[in-house]
Design a protein. Structure first.
Length: 219
């Protein structure tokens, strides 16, 4: 188990969970359920938005790398322009990730260190690109103890994202194609939640996961 030292209990260990899944698979809902049961949730998507928001930490390097076209007048990322670029240019996607991923990882660790002062039962790093980022898994020393994947069919992904964000099917398919495959995610998972059912069923699965993580913590 990875050790995050509590300031008053130097040898206390806390379980670090990596929660991931493709767009529309339901990882946000699972994270919300776990948080309601006491887990500390570190949302790297939220961190990414902050770092590419108004005068965000990543913006000077993004402006230098990509140019003014990708910066809005308020100093935030022009997400539409960047989305179009990275979907069509793998080198640009890699360049963006090389700027953002280390910053996101560093901030997430700082937030975890601060959050454990409240003594949560475990920490959940919600990372959409857990596999792709190269910052989280297969690291020495280990940064994640337990990987949870929320999975569903591609048809479900498209349907849910269309209902939530009103994106076109073509855009959603491009997003799915830019992410790790279902097989790649599941191959590194310690636990998989199949989310092809109702929100009520997902809540039941989240409660089951919570109990499993508590047992992992006590092992």
């Amino acid at each position: 188990m990875v050790s995050i030292q509590h300031p008053h209990q130097p040898h206390k260990q806390i379980l670090r969970v990596g929660l991931t899944g493709g767009i529309g698979c339901g990882k946000n809902a699972v994270a919300a359920h776990l948080e309601s049961m006491g887990a500390l949730i570190i949302d790297t998507d939220l961190i990414a938005h902050q770092m590419t928001g108004h005068d965000g930490l990543a913006m000077p390097a993004i402006k230098s790398q990509f140019g003014e076209k990708f910066v809005l007048p308020d100093g935030s990322l022009n997400r539409g322009e960047m989305r179009t670029l990275v979907f069509n240019d793998p080198k640009a996607k890699l360049a963006l990730e090389e700027i953002t991923h280390p910053l996101i990882h560093q901030k997430s660790q700082e937030m975890a260190a601060e959050g454990i002062k409240k003594q949560p039962p475990y920490v959940v790093f919600m990372v959409p690109l857990l596999i792709e980022s190269g910052q989280w898994i297969h690291q020495t020393p280990a940064k994640i103890d337990y990987v949870v994947v929320v999975d569903c069919s591609e048809e479900q992904q498209i349907s849910r994202v269309q209902a939530r964000n009103q994106l076109s099917k073509e855009t959603i398919e491009k997003i799915i194609a830019s992410q790790a495959t279902r097989h790649e995610r599941i191959s590194v998972a310690d636990y998989v939640i199949e989310n092809n059912g109702t929100l009520g069923e997902l809540e039941v699965e989240s409660k089951r996961l919570h109990q499993i993580l508590l047992r992992q913590k006590s092992d």
